[in-house]
Design a protein around this ligand. Structure first.
Ligand code: ZN
Ligand code: ZN
Ligand code: FE
Length: 764
């Protein structure tokens, strides 16, 4: 039989996911000789054998690939016949400009979990157990190619047993870079006084459990950063955490040992269970059951709780059930308000000593901080709220090759985005850019992504808002590196993000219902209730909420009651003594407000949909002052009656949406004693109906039939599902975000694609 040789190159997520041992075993199975190696741009394979076997081999490369691998392309060509002497895994090769996607951090797998609780296993109760299919990746990788010396595991020398597993292609830990055991790997310890080791290893875990059970607050070093943890069934523990963290109401995330424990407190649908138990193991927002147990203080005013499952062996050991032991724990980010999540032992000791009663630490450094991801489900599919652990730095795949550009993202819920080839590397959640710490972290992260993925931006995209920190960063870099810059209107970025994510052509015309909090408009006012027509090059404003004043800017942001009165004022609806927002403010406050409105003093105009939700929440007496973003709107959604189908009217004045009839109808309902949950529901339904009505007009007038829904308001699932149902019933095609959040976490992606297409146009 004649032998032939082939060279095969594979692109995609193929490093750190057990791909080389898979290739090795596949080659042995089919009697092929040659080698496999990681390169900086994927995996290279050279194989020699009989043609028939070679073809099966190549087929099975994609059909039987390891669970975490994501193959983008397989290129293969015949080469000169090679001498055949067995099959080998050879060492990695680095190339300067090539690149390869990197695997995100992955939750502990079933096999490792079984070993963790197996008395006879040498890693019994070892908190850093991992394998080729699970464990830390992105959070410990300093550079590529992904090999142990380039990770924070570099300082741990493997013991002979671990080395044997690492070197054995038949072993499930073959080349698992973070491989470790109690003999040679990282260890945990607990500090009651910061800086003083109190107990270590199993004793530290036992003591942590004792403290948690007693209602103490623990700072726990996890995978991508610190958590603050306490017993979620203990109201005084949760209250204490709220006081110390200075976080009065914003919901806390929860962790429970298994699905059964979660099911006790919330409704877990089939699709939610799939998400919870996925290798990404995100936080999933689930509808509360009305069973007692979880302290009300965990998520006041909410109809949902955010749960996740333990995704590291350490979490499993801390949560392992035992009679009398709590079955749900608060696991909230270990940070100070609006600052990035802490990820080093020293910074946690310094910043969290006023909050935590004890510190459970370990000596495996976290190179890159990364938050937990947050999801909901919408129409039985996952829907992103925050994209971080388990997802970043997976790229968003594109239909066309893009130039290398940097998009710097917005001010709030910042992410940035870098493009090259057919990939958009949308960063993990960075956070609020007006915070100095966050901005420091941001600059570092941008440079790290550029280095990891070998990207040298040829153009920079940024938000129109002149005062955004990210805008300043973009302008500085554009000047110092002498590369062209492209300002992108905030809501245009939302539209482009949603259309490209859904595979539309960049020049296809779509209509965008961009319902958002704030964004700088082309006319210098604050936009946010926008119906835009456009594509990746340009857009027009088809319709928008008639602007109302935002007196005092930030003050009104914090006080929905001011927004409610300003909205009534703008539509000539008189304030009355019995209106909840009137009662929420003192006489003096109202006098000042009225003066600001009449004199147009420090009262910028806004068409924001988010502010309209605030105003209505206040108007019907739900929330007058907020302590976290979107609180008023979230509480309004939480009480809306799902069975109510009624809605309120609105009018159009050319391209302006006039909500005066809606306001008057709400006040009439209120006077007639209609309940808050009915009014809240009718208000939500009104926005859904408004959307459909305008969508039908757009279809009739312009022949556009695709509608993208983007902007933070679409995190409102009541509104979203109603709108999707109505669009569907009217045979209108709705496109929503599935790979990134609808909130400002998607803006950088939109900036990136707009910048890329404009830049390519300019070069022609
Ligand atoms: Zn594993
Ligand atoms: Zn070892
Ligand atoms: Fe936005």
């Amino acid at each position: 039989m004649s032998q032939i040789s082939r060279h095969i190159h594979i692109n995609g997520i193929v490093q750190g996911v057990g791909f080389r041992p898979f290739v090795y075993n596949l080659a042995l199975k089919h009697n092929l000789s040659g080698w496999v190696r990681n390169s900086a741009s994927g995996v290279d394979i050279e194989v020699t054998g009989e043609l028939a076997f070679l073809s099966i081999f190549q087929q099975e490369l994609s059909t039987n690939a390891p669970p975490l691998a994501q193959i983008d392309t397989i290129d293969s060509h015949q080469i000169e016949p090679q001498p055949s002497e067995g099959f080998q895994i050879i060492s990695s090769e680095d190339q300067d400009t090539a690149f390869i996607p990197i695997s995100p951090d992955i939750a502990i797998c079933g096999q490792c979990k079984a070993e963790l609780f197996d008395h006879n296993d040498r890693r019994f109760r070892y908190p850093f157990i991992n394998c080729t299919n699970c464990g830390p990746r992105f959070s410990i990788i300093k550079n590529i190619p992904y090999d142990r010396p380039q990770t924070t595991m570099a300082t741990f020398a493997m013991c002979p047993d671990c080395q044997k597993e690492y070197d054995d292609p038949q072993d499930r830990r073959f080349h698992a870079q973070p491989v470790a055991c109690p003999e040679c790997g990282p260890q945990v310890w607990i500090e009651l006084i910061p800086g003083k080791k109190y107990l270590e290893k199993d004793d530290a875990i036992r003591d942590s459990r004792r403290l948690l059970k007693e209602g103490k607050i623990l700072a726990i070093k996890g995978l991508g950063g610190f958590h603050l943890a306490c017993d979620a069934t203990n109201p005084s523990a949760v209250r204490r955490l709220r006081q110390r963290k200075n976080r009065p109401a914003k919901p806390f995330a929860l962790m429970a040992f298994d699905i059964t424990s979660i099911r006790k407190y919330v409704e877990v649908t089939e699709e939610a269970e799939k998400l919870l138990t996925s290798p990404q193991a995100p936080i999933v927002l689930l509808n509360k059951k009305y069973t007692p147990g979880i302290a009300d203080e965990v998520a006041p005013g909410q109809s949902t709780l955010g749960f996740m499952l333990p995704y590291t062996p350490l979490h499993l050991l801390l949560l392992e059930p035992e009679p009398g032991y709590p079955d749900a724990f608060v696991m909230t980010s270990g940070n100070l308000v609006e600052e990035p999540i802490l990820h080093t032992n020293q910074s946690a000791r310094e910043k969290l000593s006023g909050i935590a009663d004890a510190f459970l630490l370990h000596d495996r450094p976290i190179f890159r901080r990364i938050d937990d991801s947050v999801f909901a489900t919408v129409q039985t599919e996952p829907y992103h709220f925050r994209r971080a652990r388990g997802f970043a730095p997976n790229p968003i795949r594109l239909n066309q090759t893009l130039p290398q550009v940097l998009a710097v993202g917005p001010q709030m819920k910042n992410t940035f985005c870098l493009t090259r080839d057919k990939y958009a590397f949308l960063s993990h959640h960075i956070g609020e850019m007006d915070n100095w710490e966050t901005y420091q972290d941001y600059q570092k992260a941008v440079r790290q992504y550029e280095e990891l993925f070998r990207i040298e931006p040829q153009a920079i995209g940024y938000d129109l808002h002149p005062d955004y920190t990210s805008t300043k960063y973009a302008l500085e870099r554009s000047t110092s590196e002498n590369i062209p810059k492209y300002p992108v209107q905030h809501h245009h970025a939302h539209l482009a993000a949603c259309m490209i994510e859904n595979g539309c052509e960049p020049d296809a015309q779509v209509a965008g219902f961009i319902f958002d909090g704030t964004g700088y408009g082309t006319d210098g006012t604050i936009w946010g209730g926008e119906i835009l027509i456009g594509n990746c090059y340009d857009f027009t404003r088809f319709a928008y909420l008639k602007p109302v004043p935002l007196p005092g800017g930030d003050v009104t942001f914090q006080k929905p009651s001011r927004m409610a009165l300003s909205t009534l004022w703008a539509f000539d609806v008189p304030w009355a003594d019995h209106h909840p927002p009137v009662q929420a403010l003192t006489n003096l406050e109202r006098e000042i407000l009225k003066a600001q409105l009449n004199n147009k003093l420090n009262a910028p105009l806004t068409s924001s949909m988010g502010r309209l939700f605030d105003a209505i929440s206040s108007l019907i007496g739900i929330r007058q002052t907020i302590t976290y973003e979107a609180q008023a709107a979230i509480e309004l959604e939480a009480i809306a009656d799902p069975n109510e189908l009624g809605y309120y009217p609105f009018q159009m004045d050319e391209d302006q949406i006039i909500i005066k009839p809606l306001l008057e109808a709400i006040l009439a309902d209120q006077n007639n004693g209609v309940s808050k949950s009915i009014i809240a529901a009718k208000f939500h339904n009104s926005i859904a109906h408004l959307t459909i009505k305008i969508a039908r007009t757009i279809q009739e007038k312009l022949g556009i039939s695709r509608f993208v829904l983007s902007g933070g308001v679409w995190q409102n699932r009541y509104l979203l599902e109603r709108t999707l149902d109505l669009l569907h019933n009217n045979k209108l095609e709705a496109l929503i975000h599935r790979q990134m959040p609808p909130n400002d976490g998607c803006v950088a992606f939109g900036q990136a694609v707009i910048t890329s297409f404009r830049y390519m146009n300019d070069k022609e």
